[in-house]
Design a protein around this ligand. Structure first.
Ligand SMILES: *Cc1c(COP(=O)(O)O)cnc(C)c1O
Length: 418
């Protein structure tokens, strides 16, 4: 069945059984799932993966479940798009977009982590699931939790985008909108998790939840023809996705699915919430918590749980991190839409704008292969674009009125010399 040995402290290495726990009792380090890679290597091969349905569960031996998948059965295996038009604008030869704006039921990469977390919550026999969310997790736990028959408690900062709140409310969870930022919501949730016997997906189930992010890395390698790219650019909130994409590539190497991994991992943040990129740029692994102030609410974690480990991965792989302004985020969302037809949420704008900055600075080179992770759909953060898009032409329902407008359109296009 499963290939999990147990949980292991990332700091002191002490081992724990598979339980809904997340910190080491001795050193307070975070717990991580430890696998039996020998048995995985004999159970899993490229051929075996290829024969399975195109979902994230095609890598199930590398995920921390004991039985069969129970939640998120349609999540994952999102497209890896070769982005030549965007590559032309950025001045690089080989660019790909890992497009998590589509395929997932709630249109963000959070469906990966929730599929694993809620399957695990079923295995642990919880009836109630909960989360502290910057938006997409609320949406995902509300939806998948409804279908799996869980009672749901969803905690969010009250200032979240209205469209993300509505997208969660439609599934009728118990939605608790807290007068505070994400870090305050998270602190409150840790207290609640100690008192109530609920599966908090990103607190007491976090070691299992976080493993779901690895599927982004497995898919990238498989979709490139079983190859690891030169560079991957990844948005950071808690920093978990970044560390897990790297873990995925290392695991594929360890079990013999990839022969070589020389990928550099790059972190992307908004300047208004950039504890990880600030540390990387200062050459330190000490994360200084900040008070977030950015349009990229899905990334607005001022005290990132995996920030330290993200800086370690960036250093180990000789990558880098950068951050960008709200205006650069908006411009990048529009650039991605008009070149590749992909509408990303603000986190996607962060990732693309940071990629542009890294290319200009020579940190990412023209002749290298680069994958950028676009993690959520723009329909969920439309407010961010208000006042920043072009306008429609308003006309009367008659040909003359249309042709009057067409005259203006011609002038507009002539002016741009197209
Ligand atoms: C949560 C989230 C991230 C980052 O997640 P972490 O693993 O906490 O760093 C990136 N993009 C989107 C759209 C998200 O919702």
């Amino acid at each position: 069945m499963g290939h999990v040995n147990g949980l292991k402290c990332r700091e002191c290495g002490r081992e724990y059984p598979v339980d809904p726990i997340y910190v080491c009792e001795f050193c307070f380090g975070p717990l991580e799932v430890a696998y039996d890679y020998k048995s995985i290597a004999s159970a899993l091969s490229r051929e075996k993966i290829k024969q399975r349905p195109e979902t994230l569960w095609r890598y199930k031996e590398l995920l921390p479940i004991d039985g069969e998948p129970q939640v998120g059965l349609d999540s994952g295996y999102t497209p890896l798009v070769r982005a030549d038009r965007l590559a032309d604008v950025l001045g690089v030869d080989e660019l790909y977009i890992k497009d998590d704006t589509v395929v997932h039921p709630t249109l963000s990469f959070k469906d990966r982590v929730v599929a694993v977390a809620l399957t695990k919550a079923k295995e642990f026999n919880f009836d109630t699931v909960a989360c502290a969310s910057t938006g997409n997790l609320a949406h995902s736990v509300s939806a998948h939790g409804a279908r799996a028959g869980f009672d749901r408690f969803i905690f969010i900062p009250a200032t979240l985008e209205a469209s993300k709140i509505t997208a969660s409310l439609v599934y009728e969870p118990n939605l608790i909108a807290v007068d505070g930022n994400y870090d305050e919501v998270n602190r409150l949730c840790s207290e609640i998790a100690n008192k109530y016997n609920w599966a908090f997906v990103n607190i007491n189930i976090r070691p299992f939840y976080a493993e779901g992010s690895k599927t982004t890395g497995y898919e990238i390698a498989e979709q490139l023809g079983w190859k690891a790219p030169d560079n991957i650019v990844i948005p950071c909130a808690s920093g978990s996705l970044l560390t897990k994409v790297w873990k995925a590539l290392k695991e594929f190497k360890q079990i013999g699915i990839l022969s070589e991994v020389k990928t550099r991992i790059f972190g992307a943040q908004a300047t208004g919430c950039s504890p990880i990129s600030t540390a990387v740029k200062a050459g330190t692994d000490v994360i200084r918590p900040v008070k977030p102030d950015t349009v990229a609410r899905s990334l607005a974690i001022g005290n990132p749980a995996d920030g330290f480990y993200a800086t370690q991965v960036i250093r180990e792989t000789e990558g880098y991190a950068e951050d960008v302004s709200d205006q650069e985020i908006i411009d990048a969302i529009k650039l991605l839409a008009r070149t590749e037809g992909i509408f990303a949420e603000t986190a996607g704008g962060v990732t693309l704008a940071v990629t542009q900055k890294l290319i200009r600075a020579g940190k990412i080179k023209r002749d290298e292969s680069t994958v950028i992770c676009i993690t959520g759909n723009g329909l969920k953060t439309q407010e961010a674009l208000q006042g920043h898009t072009i306008s429609p032409y308003y006309i009367k329902p008659g040909l003359a009125s249309f042709e009057e407008a067409l005259g203006k359109i011609k002038i507009a296009t002539d002016k741009e010399g197209r």
